[in-house]
Design a protein around this ligand. Sequence first.
Ligand SMILES: [Zn+2]
Length: 181
Amino acid sequence: MKRRTFLSGLFASAGSQVFAKAAYAQGRPQMPTAEQIKTALQQANQTPMKIEKLELPTAEWKKRLSSAQFNVLRDEGTERSFASNLNDEKRKGVFHCAGCDLPVYTSEMKFDSGTGWPSFFTTLPGVFDKKTDFKLIYPRSEYHCARCGGHHGHVFNDGPQPTGQRWCNNGAALVFKASAA
Ligand SMILES: [Zn+2]
């Protein structure tokens, strides 16, 4: 009995992995250009800025954030795919944490993964802390803002080369600021 439970767990786990990969592949991701990758990696390799922690009581977060923002950032919720208009954001600029305004990605770091969530192949240095969550059957690497601790999304290892990273970010956790053209 034990063995059967173990095996079905194993199959379910492998199935989820395959499903997640298939959904990503079917989305027909558009890979970043060589020029874009070069710029993004330079930005990612800057000296990390000094980050001072921002800690607030839940009631204060409720006041500051919209319910969609609160659900993702403070409750580790996941928005529906294609729910955020940041998914299609293609202008030059910087994506900030919606909780504390920390700049977390530049527009050069973004690529169209086809998953329906804003996706990035690298981040500004030191802006996220990672931990493993087991909410689905298989472990996933959850990441949160190094300043306010807000949950942003999950990072996968099937992203574009050379980083191989796919930072799958909830749009509600981000605020985009277009650079003055
Ligand atoms: Zn933050």
